[in-house]
Design a protein around this ligand. Structure first.
Ligand SMILES: [Zn+2]
Ligand SMILES: [Zn+2]
Length: 560
């Protein structure tokens, strides 16, 4: 009997972002990706969301490494946080590792990583892991589908992929290789990207965007053009640069990550822009606008990125003028829609023309649509299938596709963040769950939990009211030493507010006196009584539920 293989899902199953899974073979753990998620509007003030590393921390000495499937933030963005705590190997293509290193260096965690660079169709042994890497097309170059040759057969993880038949670098998704794997070894378990499972048909080829861009450029002869896209989307940058040069323009890059990635990709030979066509952004205001194209960051509406600063009139390199044309060669990630809208509005107010994926074909998705998923399933013919990478409805739809393509329904396992499965000689059974809490990060101070965010939501929506009472020792125990003081923020103001504060003060006074008469002697117990009475009164009088903060000064913390 071969030993069991366990697969755990820490993130990415039930949301778009923070992709992180693990495969356990002979007691060793190999992660597949370690990504972050961008917050949505409901996560007030949060910068990023991480997977919960609790289980990995507890098993840190067994963590062999991380396979980084490709260089997107939702797959590599949390590596710095992981490595700071858990030193291990990081395995990926040269570009993926290059992009990951930028992230890891921000946490000074590079010394904790051993980087293992792999090329197309390499097969390597890392501890008990026998890994094989198949090229896939996606919206960042040099991504992989990864085959884990395990004691329980082959587990194939698709990575993020699409079936682009005419990719910019002519590096196709290796369907032949996957077919060989399926015929020779058989694929025991397929884990595959579900992002676009609900979208009908085939995705557009990346190269179709270049021709569209060139048409747009030529129709805007004599005007300055600014194109925003993901800094990691090297092939998009290539097409923007090609369209610019073909229409008689030189190119300048704007934004820290754009500058860095363009330099790195040129050095690696993945991006070709002749030296004499590339200008420094510092010189851009002095160049003929009609002969200039700026490639910028900020296509997701990120507030501190170049494009948002332009919209706010605060970019130090250039000022938007009447007649400028700005192309958002991108599609907002779920959660970023309103930020992107805000940036577009700001640019239009400054007199610019803004073109985006809602008005022209200036973006192609990087994820396989339903017909492409069918092709993958028809070739992989997995014995078992777990849809990954997507919101729940995407995974449900992908499960239907898997069934339609021949995997029996009882061999398709729908999993969510925190689930684990065990692969053994009999098939798959569900294993014990792992924590999949959202770990919120803001600024550089560290991590916030769900309760902190819950408080923020209440503060944001309903404001807060605090009552402060001061107690003193009297002849027969504690007594109120002064009238309760009511303080509120973001709540009812003016005469009405003053009247309410008075009513609440009287209610708090009564509640404290009752509690003291009842034998309450400690701060927690008195504050509990205050909170209860205030909550009831406020809700009755206003139908609101602001945050209530009772403070009882002068009472001991324990002793009841
Ligand atoms: Zn991706
Ligand atoms: Zn992804």
């Amino acid at each position: 009997m071969a030993s069991d293989v366990r697969v755990m899902f820490f993130g990415g199953l039930g949301e778009i972002g923070r992709n992180c899974a693990a495969i356990e073979v002979e007691g060793r753990i190999m992660l597949i990706d370690c990504g972050l998620m961008f917050p949505d509007d409901d996560m007030a003030g949060i910068d990023i969301v991480l997977p919960d590393f609790t289980w990995l921390r507890e098993n840190a000495d067994r963590v062999e490494g991380v396979v980084a499937t490709h260089g997107h933030e939702d797959h590599i963005g949390a590596l710095g946080y992981l490595l700071a705590e858990i030193p291990c190997k990081v395995i990926g293509s040269a570009l993926t590792l290059g992009l990951a290193k930028h992230r890891i260096d921000e946490h000074q965690a590079g010394k904790n990583a051993e980087f293992i660079e792999v090329g197309d169709n390499d097969r390597i042994q890392v501890g008990p892991f026998d890994l094989e890497f198949f090229p896939v097309t996606h919206s960042v170059p040099n991504g992989f589908a990864t085959a884990f040759h395990t004691p329980q057969g082959v587990i194939l993880h698709s990575g993020d992929f699409k079936l682009d038949m005419t990719p910019v670098d002519r590096r196709l998704t290796d369907l032949a290789g996957i077919g060989h794997l399926a015929k020779d070894d058989g694929i025991r378990l397929l884990l595959a990207d579900s992002t676009n499972a609900t979208a009908p048909g085939f995705s557009d080829s990346e190269t179709s965007i270049g021709a569209n861009l060139e048409d747009l450029f030529r129709a805007r002869d004599g005007r300055r053009i600014i194109v925003a896209c993901f800094a990691s989307h090297i092939h998009r940058v290539q097409q923007v640069a090609d369209a610019a040069i073909a229409s008689g323009r030189t190119v300048a890059t704007l934004g820290r990550s754009m500058n860095r990635n363009v330099a790195m990709a040129r050095e690696m030979g993945l991006l070709r822009i002749p030296d004499d066509k590339l200008r420094a952004i510092e010189d851009v205001e002095g160049l003929d606008p009609a002969k200039t194209c700026i490639i910028s960051t900020g296509s997701q509406g990120e507030p501190m990125a170049a494009l948002a600063l332009m919209a706010a009139g605060e970019n130090r390199f250039l000022t938007i003028e009447d007649g400028d044309c700005i192309i958002l060669s991108s599609h907002p990630i779920p959660g970023n829609e309103s930020a992107v809208n805000g940036v577009i509005t700001g640019l239009v107010r400054k007199g610019a023309e803004v073109i985006h994926s809602g008005t022209a074909r200036v973006h192609a998705t990087g994820h396989a649509k339903s017909e492409e998923l069918k092709v993958l399933h028809s070739i992989a013919q997995p014995e078992w299938f777990v849809p990954v990478h997507g919101e729940y409805l995407h995974m449900v739809e992908h499960a239907k596709i898997g069934e339609r393509m021949g995997t029996p329904a009882d061999r398709i396992v729908l999993c969510q963040d925190g689930d684990s499965i065990v692969l053994n000689d009999d098939g798959i059974r569900r294993g014990s769950s792992v924590s999949s809490e959202y770990i919120y990060v803001q600024g550089s101070v560290g991590e916030l939990d769900e309760s902190a965010l819950h408080d923020r939501r209440i503060l944001g929506r309903e404001g807060f009211i605090s009552a402060v009472v001061t107690l003193a020792d009297g002849p027969d125990g504690l007594v109120l030493a002064a009238e309760p003081e009511i303080i509120s923020r973001g709540w009812v103001k003016g005469d009405e507010g003053a009247q309410l504060a008075k009513t609440i003060g009287a209610e708090v006074r009564r509640a404290v006196e009752d509690a003291l008469a009842d034998g309450a002697r400690t701060r927690p117990r008195i504050e509990r009584a205050m909170r209860r009475s205030m909550g009831r009164l406020v809700n009755r009088e206003t139908r609101m539920r602001p945050m209530i903060v009772p403070v009882a000064l002068g009472a001991p913390d324990d002793g009841d």
